[in-house]
Design a protein around this ligand. Structure first.
Ligand SMILES: NC(=O)c1ccc[n+]([C@@H]2O[C@H](COP(=O)([O-])OP(=O)(O)OC[C@H]3O[C@@H](n4cnc5c(N)ncnc54)[C@H](O)[C@@H]3O)[C@@H](O)[C@H]2O)c1
Length: 255
């Protein structure tokens, strides 16, 4: 029980990596607050955790809406005495609409940055007073290989994920003295619903070619490969880690 007695918040916990992490945190004894835009998926994760004998609650939230974020975190503050962990996982990757900057629709550009980068900043802004009150905690951000290397045709997504790496470092320095650790996971090629937004959906995509040439480990990652890292960062086992960017991509960014 590596998270016994801890209260954890996970955004985008209704699908993929967020869902797997919600179940993993619950298995390890945490209370899990599921913050998710999709009502049905978010509530079903809570039901699953309760069926396992765990404790969870669902909040419907659009992370890109500051007023909603403020209200949800205000409610959480009033209901729970201590918040220990915030996992900023919610994001969108819109393969069809994202593009090279000169072709990018300005409204799409603004929406992607607002959900991915502002959403992470809004939830961080809202949780800091709660963590300062208990004099510590762990914040986990989510970047991507696109925040580290250049990837064509997704300039808005890449910029949002690069911004999250910088935010990780500035928050680590800013809030380290308060005992609040901020770290970041940078995944790639994790087999979740999100990857169907990528080239995988196109007739021209050759999966064997991608796995044999693009990924040194020659396989897709699983959501559990990321939730294990999130568990480590959420737990006291990583108590001296602050400002780290943990890349989990089968080696894609170094090949
Ligand atoms: N799957 C990959 O290969 C991969 C690679 C790099 C980075 N990531 C990152 O990992 C994280 C999880 O991705 P995933 O693959 O599990 O994707 P996913 O699409 O399966 O899950 C994302 C979740 O975020 C929720 N969400 C979207 N917009 C939201 C909003 N405005 N407010 C609240 N919730 C919202 C969705 O409803 C969904 O449940 C994301 O930050 C993503 O950018 C994933």
């Amino acid at each position: 029980m590596r998270l016994s007695g801890k209260t954890t918040i996970i955004t985008g916990a209704g699908s993929g990596i967020g869902r797997a992490t919600a179940l993993r945190f619950a298995e390890e004894g945490a209370r899990v607050l599921v913050l998710e835009l999709d009502h049905e998926n978010g509530q079903s994760v809570v039901n699953e955790i309760e069926q396992m004998g765990g404790t969870a609650a669902f909040y419907q939230l659009d992370v890109s809406n500051w007023k909603q974020v403020e209200d949800v975190f205000g409610d959480i503050d009033a209901k729970y005495s201590n918040i220990d962990v915030l996992y900023n996982n919610a994001a969108v990757f819109w393969g069809e609409k994202d593009a090279a900057i000169d072709e990018l629709d300005v409204e799409v550009l603004e929406q992607i940055i607002k959900i991915n980068l502002f959403g992470t900043m809004y939830c961080s802004k809202a949780v800091i007073p709660l963590l300062k009150k208990r004099q510590g905690g762990s914040i986990i951000h989510t970047s991507s290989s696109c925040g580290i290397i250049g990837v064509p045709n997704c300039d808005a997504y890449s910029a949002s994920k690069g911004g999250i790496i910088s935010l990780t470092r500035s928050m680590a320095v800013e809030y380290g003295p308060d005992g609040i650790r901020t770290n970041c996971i940078a995944p790639a090629a994790i087999h979740t619903p999100m990857i169907y937004e990528s080239d995988l959906n196109k007739d021209t995509f050759d999966e064997q070619e991608f796995l044999s040439k693009g990924t040194p480990l020659r396989k897709w990652g699983r959501s559990e490969d990321i939730s294990n890292i999130a568990l480590f960062l959420a737990s006291d086992e990583s108590s001296y880690m602050n400002g780290a960017i943990l890349v989990a991509d089968g080696g894609i960014t170094i090949s």
